[in-house]
Ligand binder design. Structure first.
Ligand code: ADP
Ligand code: MG
Length: 234
C-alpha cells in the first residue's frame, strides 16, 4: 500500500497484507484518508480487501494469463515496471529517464534463426530472432514487454537494438552469432487497433531507445557486451 506523504524511504511508506481492516488501520497510521491510498496487489483477496477499504487498487496478477479475474481492480498491469504513481496523484518514481526504465542488464545470445519473415514483409521492420534454447529460464523470469539494449554481431559490430537492430544492413545475417545486453524497459506489450498504429508505436519505441542509449547510464553497458566468445573483428 502506498500513501502520498512520501518519506526518504521512497514512495512506500507502509507495506502491509491482510483484510480490508488492515488496510484501514494502515491508512489511520499514515494519517491519510483511505481514498488517497493506492494498493498494489497480486492476489484477488488482496484486491477485494483494498476495494472494500475504499482505496484505489492496481493489480499485478501473479498469474498474468488470468488477468480477466482481476476486474475489481482500478487498473490491471503486467508487471511492477508498469506502476505509474503519478496516475494516482502520487509522486512519480525517479528512476525513469526519458521514457525508459534502467534495469539490471541481462545477457542473451546465440545464432540468429529464421522465423516467418513477417517482421520485414508485414511491418517493414526486420527483427532478428534468437532461439530460446538455453535462455528460456532467464526469459520466463522477466516480465514481457518492450526492452532495448546493445547487440553485438560476430562479423559486423555493435549496434543499438530495440527490438530490431537500429542499423541498415545490406544483407541478412541468419546463422551469425548475436549477443544482446538488455539494459532498459520501455513499455508493456499492447494490443493495437491497426497495423499502422503498431508500426507507428514501434517507430516511437525506436526513437526513445536510440536517444536513451546515448545516456551514460546505458552507453556504459556497451562495454558490458560479452563479446569474448564472438569471433570476427569486434
Ligand atoms: P524472421 O522472421 O526470419 O526473423 P524478419 O523479417 O523479422 O525475419 O527479418 C529478420 C532478419 O533480417 C534477421 O534475421 C536478419 O538476418 C535480417 N536483418 C537485416 N537487417 C536487420 C536489422 N536492422 N535488424 C534485424 N534484422 C535484420
Ligand atoms: Mg523476426
Amino acid at each position: 500500500m502506498v500513501a502520498s506523504n512520501t518519506t526518504e524511504t521512497g514512495p512506500y511508506d507502509t507495506v502491509i497484507c491482510g483484510t480490508h481492516l488492515m488496510f484501514l488501520e494502515a491508512a489511520k497510521e499514515l494519517n491519510v484518508e483511505p481514498c488517497s491510498c493506492l494498493v498494489i496487489e497480486d492476489s484477488i483477496p488482496g484486491i477485494t480487501a483494498g476495494k472494500a477499504a475504499g482505496m484505489k487498487v492496481v493489480a499485478v496478477p501473479s498469474v498474468p494469463k488470468q488477468s480477466h479475474l482481476y476486474t475489481l481492480a482500478d487498473e490491471v498491469i503486467n508487471s511492477l515496471f508498469d506502476v505509474r504513481p503519478e496516475q494516482w496523484g502520487l509522486p512519480p518514481f525517479e528512476d525513469w529517464i526519458e521514457g525508459t526504465l534502467p534495469i539490471e542488464p541481462w545477457h542473451i545470445g546465440g545464432p540468429v534463426v529464421k522465423g516467418f519473415g513477417r517482421g520485414s514483409k508485414v511491418l517493414g521492420i526486420p527483427t532478428a530472432n534468437l532461439s530460446t534454447d538455453g535462455c528460456s529460464n532467464l526469459l520466463s523470469e522477466r516480465p514481457s514487454g518492450v526492452y532495448f539494449g546493445w547487440a553485438g554481431l560476430s562479423n559486423r559490430g555493435i549496434y543499438k537494438m530495440e527490438p530490431w537492430l537500429l542499423h541498415e544492413f545490406e544483407d541478412d545475417f541468419y546463422g551469425e552469432e548475436i549477443r544482446l545486453v538488455i539494459v532498459g524497459y520501455i513499455r508493456p506489450e499492447l494490443n493495437f487497433p491497426s497495423l499502422e498504429s503498431l508500426i507507428a508505436k514501434i517507430h516511437e519505441d525506436r526513437s526513445i531507445a536510440k536517444r536513451a542509449l546515448e545516456l551514460p547510464v546505458y552507453s556504459k553497458c556497451k562495454d558490458n557486451l560479452c563479446l569474448s566468445s564472438l569471433s570476427g573483428r569486434l
